[in-house]
Design a protein around this ligand. Structure first.
Ligand code: ZN
Length: 161
């Protein structure tokens, strides 16, 4: 198990566009395992490779239903709307209100480079959007309605990616 250092806001890697993964390699496999370890260690529900300094289109997510690995993810359908608190492991201790689609369908490759399609609502839909945004160098802080605010201890179960 190897934990990677999570880059925080202000690090230029977080505002760059990540490159697609062309083929699975032992190194990328190791990166994915490390991303999952780092995400769980940080109590996050999602992590994108740029957050650990790697500009590749790879995302890990776990909203409490088991790990999801998305390589080269593409949002192919959205509907509805949800407005709620969102946070990010790259903006520690903060959260803000963001409106996202309530339903998201995403197409990606799994760790074996085979095509997978996931559908998510609520938190999972939010995670799909938040993490794919990271791959395009977009931070949720740009979407926050009102002010970013400090997360208090009671809000500790809030969403952190
Ligand atoms: Zn994030």
């Amino acid at each position: 198990m190897a934990l990677r250092k999570i880059r925080t806001e202000g690090d230029p890697v977080l505002t760059k566009k990540a490159r697609p993964v062309a083929e699975m390699t032992p190194r990328i496999r190791e990166l994915i395992v490390d991303m999952l370890d780092t995400m769980y260690d940080s109590m996050g529900v999602g992590l994108a490779a740029p957050q650990v300094g790697i500009l590749k289109r790879i995302v890990t997510i776990d909203v409490g239903e088991g790990p999801i690995v998305l390589i080269n993810p593409e949002i192919i359908e959205t509907s509805g709307e949800q407005t709620g608190e969102e946070g990010c492991l790259s903006v520690p201790g903060m959260s803000g209100v963001v409106t996202r689609p309530n339903y998201v369908k995403v197409k990606a490759l799994d760790i074996n480079m085979e095509e997978v399609v996931y559908e998510g609502t609520e938190l999972l839909a939010r995670a799909f959007c938040h993490e794919t945004d990271h791959l395009d160098g977009k931070m949720y802080t740009e979407l926050v309605e009102g002010e970013l605010h400090r997360v208090t201890y009671d809000d500790d179960e809030d969403y952190e990616e």
